[in-house]
Design a protein around this ligand. Structure first.
Ligand code: ADP
Length: 743
């Protein structure tokens, strides 16, 4: 007994063309009969699967669907159907807007609309918890094209959607916070981003110096609530020593998280009955307060809370708010540093310049310069030593600047420009360089001729340094913000990448599983069908032997059809079994001799070879890595087809192989009827045949078995052909070393 498929004898399953499908009653019956199989098949599937009748009732739910619908048993889910879900849940679209039930894909399909898939959000009316589902639906139609069932598939995508939402919140706030140094408006915009995407409420408080904290932003979807909170703060200012709330977070620098706020908690935090009334009116359900920590100090707090939506803020949300607060704190710290630097610079300027200013006057007509003593100090010369000449003035000046100063003065005098303004360097006796700025004003005498240039000189060295410092600070600030943006961007990219990889791995896993499920199904179905079929076959054969020629001609003909049908069904089941076994029964690859495989294959085909008078050549074949039984089956199917699809001439068939590097390409060449190029791909699919069973018998499974075997061995199979002249089937395998004779 060999495990090889018998030569394909029987024809393919006739697949009903559209329009000739089953009636609604037949469909219902078929569905009922197939229930054990359907149940078994969908029991393992993680997606929820339901079958829905036109009256919207459910007639099938798999265990995943029971779970996702929030029912406790299959019975409950079937009995209550959609009503149970929608009594408890509010239906929203992916971004949280309310939706009507008509938008459910199942209902759309049952209403005859086109097949659709969408992401929906279900909010539990009691707990406020939200789950996202990707729901798709497909119709099952009867022979008249009427939709008899909708098959709904839904998958819980809550985690994916949450991660997406989280990432986009982080990205958007990150951008806001690094874009500007205007603190208050940035924090308000940030708070606005979080409502209502994360919570119903968001507030930011900042500590400034020793004064009590200041609420910078308070955002709520309902302005009346903002007013309520303002009144509460006014009537009941927060106690800095309180054991909870923002005061506690400010004091300790630790987060506070109250996922479920109970009435007891409200009572405990109220200062009197009026306070309690206001707290109850506010109706907070869940609260998170996190500190804005930067460089070891707590600069303020970021609070988010839910009320109307009844949403529960979980640990995930706490982590997200903490991350947002980390970024906000960095922005606050940066803005403060910047403001401080600006203030310090302004203070310095005033203080320094007061002591570093000296007046001077140049009597143009007399050609004399008078200096205040401060100017001598600025120039670093002993008091009273300035002799009033222009040369003496220029003496300490940096040689590169002398020309410029002179030109400026000459221009003012010549053109009678009212203002003289120039900056120049002086070199002190100890070699240090200082910057001086001169401002002057021209006055004219009675005849309108330039009389005097009067002004002040200021030592601006410190100011220039400070300005340079401030510019550097701003540059550094920008670079820090840029680096932070880049870091966030990279982190997000990495996270996205990882998500995509996870998704891919998941898909691959699912695919592998559903393939395995299908294989298992085909195996079980064909295996279990064998037994009843054997019975049918042996009884019709008995009928045929006993009563052939004893009844009338019609009876003989009917018996003949029954025998033929049973035979064909047996061949089909055998082939199906062989197909499903390729995946499940294959052995680990090891070095095998292709020549031995070919000999095994040909021994099963000897009879057909003799009958057809075929000339069969097998050239020397190499060793390859593989499963000997499967490779023999592969060759048997290909050579068997070459014998079957012969033309008028006696068949000439040649099996040969070439090798390049590690790849062995095997060819099975015939001179048969050939194949039109448009069928090159199709013939490898299961049940695909190009001829009727009267012309050439077969089940249409042989080549799909070949393809499965080759692919399982990591190779590829294809055909080349000239119609009317012959075909060559080729496939690749991996070469192997033959075992050494001693082994
Ligand atoms: P079956 O042989 O049972 O019909 P196969 O899967 O083995 O199924 O082949 C699918 C189809 O491919 C065949 O029906 C035939 O039309 C075509 N075919 C396969 N092998 C050959 C060949 N050597 N020459 C011509 N046609 C072929």
């Amino acid at each position: 007994m060999s495990t090889l498929a018998p030569p394909p004898l029987l024809s393919a399953l006739p697949l009903a063309p559209p329009g000739e499908g089953l009636s609604a009653e037949m469909l219902a019956l078929l569905f009922e009969r197939a229930r054990p199989l359907v149940d078994a098949l969908f029991a393992q599937v993680n997606d929820g699967v339901t079958v829905q009748a036109p009256d919207l009732s459910l007639c099938f739910v798999n265990p995943a669907a029971v779970r996702l619908l929030g029912a406790t048993s299959e019975q409950e889910a079937l009995h209550l159907g959609g009503a149970s879900v929608f009594g408890r849940h509010e239906l929203l679209d992916a971004s949280g807007n309310p939706l009507s039930h008509e938008a459910l894909p199942g209902r759309q399909v049952l209403a005859g609309q086109s097949v659709s898939e969408r992401v929906l959000r279900f909010r539990d009316k009691r707990t406020g918890q939200e789950r996202w589902s990707r729901v798709s639906s497909a119709p099952v139609r009867d022979s008249r094209g009427q939709v008899v069932y909708a098959v709904n598939v839904f998958r819980d995508v809550t985690e994916v959607m949450r991660t997406q939402e989280r990432l986009s919140l982080l990205a958007e706030t990150g951008e806001l916070l690094t874009a500007s140094l205007d603190l208050d408006s940035t924090l308000i915009a940030t708070a606005r981003l979080l409502v209502p995407r994360l919570a119903d409420w968001c507030a930011v408080e900042l500590v400034e110096g020793s004064s009590p904290s200041r609420q910078v932003a308070a955002i709520h979807s309902d302005p009346a609530k903002v007013e309520l909170v303002r009144r509460m703060r006014e009537l009941y200012p927060s106690d800095p020593h309180a054991h909870g709330g923002t005061a506690y977070v400010l004091r300790t620098g630790l987060s506070a998280h109250a996922p479920d706020i109970t009435d007891d908690m409200m009572v405990a935090s109220a200062k009197d009955t009026e306070h309690l009334r206001l707290i109850r009116e506010l109706g907070l359900r869940s609260l998170i307060i996190v500190p804005l920590n930067a460089r070891g100090r707590t600069l303020g707090t970021l609070s988010v809370a839910t009320a109307e939506s009844a949403r529960r803020l979980e640990t995930d949300e706490l982590q997200l708010v903490e991350e947002l607060a980390r970024r906000a704190a960095l922005a606050v710290d940066n803005a403060r540093l910047y403001a401080e630097a600006k203030r310090a610079q302004a203070r310095h300027e005033v203080a320094l310049e007061a002591g570093r200013m000296g007046a001077w006057e140049w009597d143009i007509q007399a050609g004399r310069v008078t200096w205040a003593p401060e100017l001598e100090r600025i120039h670093g010369i002993p008091e009273g030593s300035f002799d009033g000449t222009f040369e003496a003035y220029q003496l300490d000046m940096h040689p590169e600047d002398r020309e410029r100063v002179l030109t400026s003065i000459q221009r003012v005098v010549a053109r009678q420009e009212p203002e003289h303004h120039v900056q120049y360097r002086i070199i002190l006796p100890d070699g240090r360089v200082r910057w001086v700025e001169a401002h002057g004003r021209l006055t004219l005498d009675d005849q309108g001729r330039p009389a005097r240039l009067t002004g002040v000189c200021t030592d601006i060295t410190e100011r220039l340094t400070l300005e340079e410092d401030a510019r550097r600070l701003v540059r550094e600030q920008a670079a820090r913000a840029e680096a932070e943006r880049a870091r966030q961007h990279t982190a997000e990219l990495l996270e996205n990448l990882k998500k995509a990889q996870d998704e891919l791995a998941l898909r691959a896993q699912e695919l592998a599983r559903s393939n395995a499920d299908l294989e298992q199904f085909a195996y079980v179905a064909s295996h279990d069908l064998q037994e009843p079929l054997r019975m049918v076959a042996s009884y019709v054969q008995l009928l045929s032997r006993r009563y052939k020629g004893k009844l009338d001609a019609d009876a003989d003909e009917f018996i003949h059809y029954a025998v033929d049908g049973a035979n064909r069904m047996q061949a089909l089941i055998n082939d199906l079994l062989a197909y499903s076994r390729v995946g499940t029964r294959g052995k680990e690859p090891q070095p095998v001799s292709l020549e031995k495989c070919a000999a095994r294959a040909l021994s099963h085909l000897r009879l057909a070879q003799e009958e057809t008078g075929a000339e069969l050549t097998v050239e020397p074949l190499p060793w390859v890595k593989g499963d000997e039984t499967q490779l023999a089956q592969l060759l048997q199917n290909l050579v068997g087809n070459a014998l079957k699809f012969r033309g008028d001439k006696p068949p000439r068939i040649r099996v040969s192989a070439t090798r390049q590097d590690d790849t062995v390409t095997v060819s099975v060449e015939d001179n048969g009827i050939g194949i039109e190029p448009q069928y090159y791909e199709r013939i490898f699919a299961i049940f695909q045949r190009l001829h009727g069973k009267e012309e050439y018998p077969g089940t249409g499974i042989g080549l799909s078995i070949c393809k499965k075997i080759v692919e399982r061995h990591g190779g590829r199979i294809w055909v080349e052909s000239t119609p009317g002249q012959g075909s060559t089937f080729r496939f690749t395998l991996t070469a192997a070393q033959p075992p050494t004779p001693s082994a």
